[in-house]
Design a protein around this ligand. Structure first.
Ligand code: TYD
Length: 205
């Protein structure tokens, strides 16, 4: 019987997760016709909290400020996402692929100065992904890639801050010791990274 699955891609800005998750959605969709894929992302642009957070990201200047406010918005947005999209889709036996999830809050808001215990408390009751893949690149590489894209920078897209965020991502396996988390080296050609992602996904199919 087909089962619902929940897979998350994570990593610092510029790590390539958005490209990889789109590739993965295509791949799984073609793999066999029983696979119904739901591709989604956080922060959402659907809940009012997601909208608020995107405004903040564009306008704030100091990444180390307002960790509590950011945390509140991201977690409320996540509850909305889980309740209205993620859980119904898992229950309908779809494969849910999410570009970012709770690990982003543990990586970014911890880097902003949030308290680990508080974040753990706030995340009680959230569904645990069947697989989380963290695509790891250095903050220097991230800044290089983000510069190339040429977009206006958001508040968290700065070298010192992303260095901290990356360090936090590398602690996820320890923070969520019971969960299935894999760190993949994202400093290689995207085809190689994709190959490894496929390998990990096949282990849980
Ligand atoms: P991002 O994936 O970069 O979205 P987009 O490509 O649409 O801009 O996410 C926006 C920013 O939000 C990114 O810098 C990471 C940050 N973020 C957090 O700080 N905490 C969270 O819980 C989430 C989901 C994202």
């Amino acid at each position: 019987m087909v089962k619902g699955l929940f897979i998350v891609l994570e990593g610092i800005d510029g790590c390539g997760k958005s490209t990889q998750i789109k590739g993965l959605a295509n791949y799984v969709f073609d793999l066999d016709k029983s696979k119904h894929v739901f591709l989604t992302r956080e922060p959402t642009k659907i809940s009012k909290y997601g909208e608020q957070v995107r405004k903040l990201l564009a306008n704030k200047k100091d990444p180390k400020k307002d960790s509590e406010f950011f945390t509140k918005l991201y977690v409320k947005d996540r509850w909305f996402h889980v309740k209205n999209h993620i859980l119904p889709m898992i229950n309908a036996r779809c494969m849910v692929l999410s570009d970012r999830y709770k690990f982003s809050t543990f990586a970014y808001q911890l880097a902003q100065g949030a308290d680990l215990k508080t974040l753990q408390q706030l995340h009680k009751g959230f569904p645990v992904p069947n697989l989380t893949i963290i695509i790891d690149i250095t903050a220097e590489e991230a800044m290089k890639r983000l510069g190339k894209i040429g977009n206006k920078k958001e508040v968290f897209e700065n070298l010192e801050f992303l260095t901290k965020v990356r360090e936090n991502y590398l602690r996820m396996k320890e923070i969520f010791a019971e969960e299935n988390i894999v760190v993949i080296n994202g400093m290689r050609p995207k085809e190689e990274v994709f190959k490894e992602i496929k390998k990990e996904v096949h282990k849980i199919l």
